[in-house]
Ligand binder design. Sequence first.
Ligand code: ZN
Length: 145
Amino acid sequence: MEQGIVPSNKTNDFYIAHKLKAREIECPDSHTVMATPELLDAWTELRKSVSEYNGYDTPIIVNSGFRTWDYHVKLYKRLYRDKDKHWKDAITERSRHLVGQALDMKTPNGLTTSKFEELAKLAGFTYTYIITPDPLYGDIHADVR
Ligand SMILES: [Zn+2]
């Protein structure tokens, strides 16, 4: 972020897709957002199908959306700080988060992690994996590639 410039609390406070504000997928450091239409279409489909599955309007929390390279590096440095592997050997240089094609999301209430991943695939995410293997409260990565 540029020094001395503080974003207003209205920055990215607008809907970019169905029940998704730009701020929910922005890069936390720079407040920049990049998203492809395919990603937003898959999100919309997933958001609707989860609510349909549950029978009530169900929010989905996005843990991480768009990332600048600087933020991506920062994240990996933090993730691998206490690990044997060096962050440089672990970092995904071609991460879809860098090009607005990926979302990391918490499994919403009412479904299992694997059901959530299954719905993400049906919604149009072409590549998914479970980040934290908790059967009920797992986080998943989903991208359109
Ligand atoms: Zn991810």
